[in-house]
Design a protein around this ligand. Structure first.
Ligand SMILES: Cc1cc2nc3c(=O)[nH]c(=O)nc-3n(C[C@H](O)[C@H](O)[C@H](O)COP(=O)(O)O)c2cc1C
Length: 384
């Protein structure tokens, strides 16, 4: 049997991903003052045991102001990096590449956790112990009526934030992460600068494409400089806004070329989120609905891409790679359903369970191999 592409290793700079599966960043809004808890080790630990080539820690704020909710992870101090170091070490020990997504929410900050409504914080949230904080964006316009009005960033503020991103990346490296993803998607700060719908500045950081991409490109450049040369750098975009007059796929291709020139290795292609929650459907959903974005970026910008979004069946993941529509596959919610999705995908794509178990952690694999023999005996009895 030839090895499925999904299980073919991929080397990016000095790091080799043992397979093409990346567990997507998924915010769990369960940090305390930005600090990772036992929850995060257990949650990410499930994925680390599941056989993915890489597991990515959820959106982690580069400054306290950059959190979406009171429960967001942060990495704005050494104290924040400490529990993340333990998590990265555990991931590494389990044979997966430890990765982290760095983020800044901009005008989508100081909000409710999704299950409390995803809106502006209310008196009820404050009674629960949540706090509000002043937020920032490209211009002083809230995401929608009823949300906090952000302060427009000055050029000096932008310069400071670029340094904050670089410092956060440095802390992530010190904590043991081996891949960093910059969050430019879902309507958060960088996206607020990219999209003409939210960036109405008339200085060097707004206006035309060059102006609107200036700050996000400065972030990419600074992060690239702050991490080792051999470390892969990913960047997640919302490939399209899905709103008239917004950011388009042509913009994404041009932006990907500029990112490539600044040392970004992989474009992670998501979509939407400029207005409303990141999950608000502006783009019609279907299996692998965002794959065409990853395909165009890869083909037209000549940079590796990662496909994400409703990729559930291993056969679809394999097909995307076979058709060279993407280089990597990110799995999000299906990994919440089954953290062993990568391990079971290998079996679904043709490897015998008894052999696949060699790749599992010995604490499980050893017993399950015995069980495979028992199951084989039972089946032989049944067939008699
Ligand atoms: C609970 C949850 C939290 C998420 N948090 C993040 C996040 O922190 N950063 C991000 O870029 N995307 C986030 N997303 C989006 C996922 O990374 C992924 O793109 C999306 O769920 C689509 O992939 P899927 O269909 O495989 O779940 C989140 C999604 C879910 C379900």
């Amino acid at each position: 049997m030839t090895t499925p592409r999904l299980f073919t290793p991929l080397a990016i700079r000095d790091v080799t991903f043992k397979n093409r599966i990346v567990i997507a960043p998924m915010a769990t809004y369960s940090a305390v003052d930005g600090i990772a808890q036992d929850w995060h080790l257990a949650h990410l630990g499930r994925f680390a045991l599941g056989g993915a080539g890489c597991v990515m820690v959820e959106a982690t704020a580069v400054t306290d102001q950059g959190r979406i909710t009171n429960g967001d992870l942060g990495i704005w101090s050494a104290e924040h990096a400490r529990p993340l170091k333990r998590i990265a070490a555990f991931m590494k020990q389990q044979g997966t590449i430890p990765a982290i997504q760095l983020a800044h929410a901009g005008r989508k900050g100081s909000m409710q956790r999704p299950w409390h409504g995803n809106g502006a914080l209310t008196a009820e949230d404050l009674a629960r112990g949540d706090k509000t904080w002043p937020i920032v964006s490209a211009v002083a316009e809230p995401m929608a009526p009823g949300y906090i009005v952000p302060q427009a960033l000055s050029v000096a503020d932008i310069g400071q934030l670029v340094q904050d991103w670089a410092a956060a990346a440095g802390r992530a490296v010190d904590a043991g992460f081996e891949m960093i993803e910059i969050h430019n998607a879902h309507g958060y700060l960088a996206h607020q600068f990219l999209s003409p719908l939210s960036n109405k500045r008339n200085d060097a950081y707004g206006g035309d494409f060059a102006g609107r991409t200036r700050f996000p490109l400065e972030i990419a450049e600074a992060v690239r400089k702050a991490i080792p040369k051999g470390m892969p750098l990913f960047l997640r975009v919302s490939a399209v806004d899905g709103i008239d007059g917004g950011w388009t796929m042509d913009d994404t291709v041009a932006y990907a070329k500029a990112l490539k020139a600044r040392g970004v290795d992989v474009i992670d292609c998501s979509s939407g989120g400029l207005v409303g929650s990141a999950t608000a459907a502006r783009v019609k959903r279907s299996w692998g609905f965002q794959v065409p974005y990853a395909e165009r970026v890869r083909r037209e910008a000549g940079i590796m891409s990662m496909a994400v979004g409703l990729i559930v069946e291993p056969a679809l993941a394999e097909d995307i790679l076979q058709k060279e529509q993407a280089d990597l596959i990110a799995i999000g919610r299906e990994a919440l359903v089954n953290p062993c999705w990568p391990q079971m995908a290998e079996v679904a794509l043709g490897r015998a369970m008894k052999d696949a178990l060699d790749g599992w952690t010995v604490q499980y694999g050893w017993w399950l191999k015995l069980r495979e023999r028992t199951i084989a005996d039972i089946r032989a009895d049944e067939a008699r």
